[in-house]
Write a protein that binds this ligand. Sequence first.
Ligand code: SF4
Length: 303
Amino acid sequence: MTDTLVKEIRRLAAEKQAIILAHNYQPPEIQEVADLTGDSLELAIRASKTDARVIVFCGVHFMAETGATLCPDKRVLLPNPNAGCAMADMLTADELREAKAALPGVPVVTYVNSTAEVKAESDICCTSANAVQVVKSLGTPEVLMVPDRNLALWTQRHTSQKIHHLEGYCPVHDNLTAAAVAEARRAHPGAVVMAHPECPPEVIDAADVVRSTSGMLAYPGESDAGAFIVATETGLLHPLAKRYPQKRFYPASADMVCADMKLTTLADVRRALETGEPAVTVPEPVRVKALRAVERMIAVPRD
Ligand code: SF4
């Protein structure tokens, strides 16, 4: 059944001139059927450079919005319309306007895990891979980072600029404890602990290295270690095991599962390709402002 679905999906993708993108946290079978896998921004940027007319974004709603923001000439589909993001839902544009009013003149750095409306209210976006460079690039004594409290606290460790933050968080990462990391270390002695900056400070302190998802995918290639404890959503174990078959990877906690990321099924992908629905769009005035914040981030040089 799975093989048949995969064949149908590939046939429909060719027929509709569609590109299938899958976030690293998607179920393995979705990552396998995709043309490209990666983090949300990297995927949207790569998709914008293809000839595809349709983008099937296997991820959550804000990722499809980012695709629609960067690719206004393409139809962007979110195969399961119920796939949302708890962190993105923690901040509305009205709430951000209120926070900005309390900090006049302080630029806003917004994590890409946010709605297009929130991005549109921001000076610049950031990812977990470039947050420090983005904040430093502003050269201001203070910045406001939203919506993720933990990403802001981690960034604060790497700059003397004062970082104000709101109280958003990713439940999948924020629920991880240092005690769980210690337990994983006991179960896998000698394994290197890689933590995502969305983890709380006590986990950051307990980790050996802190990396974004793309950084975690690269790090085992730079390290002599043979085993790694991975403190991010468990979907990342699939591409890690595929890329480094000679190394071993363990979840920091089996509970690090994002239910929204696991909603997409092969049947959803096939239906989206067949029907061209559900499409995600961003109103043009919002899109233009959100795009400005994303493009400003892309222009920041990497270290
Ligand atoms: S893992 Fe966290 S940040 Fe990512 S989609 Fe799920 S709730 Fe949102």
